[in-house]
Design a protein around this ligand. Sequence first.
Ligand code: G6Q
Length: 550
Amino acid sequence: MLKKVDPEKTETWEKLLRYYKKMKNIPLKELFKDTARFDKYSVKFDNILLDYSKNKIDGTVMSLLIELSEISGLDRAIESMFAGEKINETEDRAVLHTALRDLTNTELILDDKNILTDIRSVREKMKVFSCSVREGVFKGYTGKKITDVVNIGIGGSDLGPHMACEALKHYSDKGPRVHFVSNVDGSHITETLKHLDQETTLFLVASKTFTTQETMTNAQTAREWFLSEAKDKEYIKNHFAALSSNAEKVSQFGIDIENMFEFWDFVGGRFSLWSAIGLPVAISVGYDLYEQMLKGAEKTDIHFKNEPFVRNIPVILGLLGIWYSDFFGCECEFVLPYDQYLSRFPAFLQQLSMESNGKSVSRHGKNTGYRTAQVLMGEPGTNGQHSFYQLIHQGTHMIPSDFLCAVHPLNPVSDHHDKLLANFLSQTEALAFGRSEQEVIEKLRSEKRTENEIERISPHRVFPGDRPSNSIIYDRLTPDTLGKLIAIYEHKVFVQGVIWNIFSFDQWGVELGKELAVKVLDEIRNGNGNESYDVSTAGLISYIKEKRGF
Ligand code: G6Q
């Protein structure tokens, strides 16, 4: 079980607070007088390099942060998670997404059962199914090959596979096209189905519970669309598969249990990419490459379990996040992939981090009183540069940012990659070291500007610098690298949750809105009285009803 240590009440926290008061006034420029800084604060793990030297840290900060992780029982927490202890206490569940990418032939006993046996057998079933869809052995009801696969799911049953299919698109040459429908807004499924053909479309209904309103609504619409052409319900088995843990509901929906790919309670939604939820990835790029992604994640698991904290990438990233959130008071963090294939990585990480650690009640059941997860956002570079980077460079907030880029491009077109790399490198340099007023004045003078102009313009062109970032460089975006990167962030989130003394694996915060929506739905559908609502909600409902002619 996880230790329950209130980090704020530890002596180390106090020491960090005192040290922060000193560190905040030492600019990065000053810290970089130490020419060994890159060697001291960078870590290599296989084909990935993390440079965290452009952070407002020194040896003392890092030792204190590591001390904090030790006091919090991080070592033991890691062991507990991998061993399948029920560390998701509020739901009484183990947290074993790591078992899904355990490709060794060992065993892992949970509730008297070797779960690796079940995991292997679902993986085998995924292998056979994905191959047969890709090779056209699995056929539609008129005997045609499947050309389009539509994954219907939301949250954890959408964000991971959607992100991974996008990230590995380069490798999907012979696979069918893969589409993702998540939003209950009818426009999402309508626009997706518009260009598809019932005879050649396969639906994967991805829902652990098989009760999620958005997913079941979209799945029903897909079923009606299919039957409008195919007519006979017998054909559903040729066009619908389920990724779920609820066999009863799957069969009630009319999906053949043969076409159900199971996963289990010990897999949380946002960590479920490694389970049957990854089936669209296997179909898109082929099972072997899908398994390479799992292998990459497994390598990160080994790194996370075995590397001392000083060289442990998820631990370092997690600690830096805490340093900025709790001591510098940063409310936001950015993840900026200089890799178009990672365009959906920030969206995936938003859920991973904010749904896991966006909590304010500690494992003691009391208000934390200190900050937990920051708001996470991001966009691929260089697009972000022409959009919101203004704020990170010259705004009033300090926003620690992770920059990611490949050394080698997957598409070596002219000098695109040189330019991408140049932008990637320059941005972190500009953020850290900025441009002083003196430098601005000299530059304007060299441009032959008048002294009046210089006086007027120069304050606006100063870059204060001293803005922290991490650089993560990988050789090229392969399935193995993608697996490693995702697992690095998963474990970063785990590290932070352990130290913040919160439960990272539940998500009670999404429940209230869902419950209220049931009541409001009745109102919208049947026009029942609205006297039990607050005046704002009641006013909005009346307005909508009036407009809809109720
Ligand atoms: C993630 C959450 C959540 C979940 C969705 C979909 O950790 O649990 O995002 O994945 O609500 O749930 P179903 O897979 O049950 O439809």
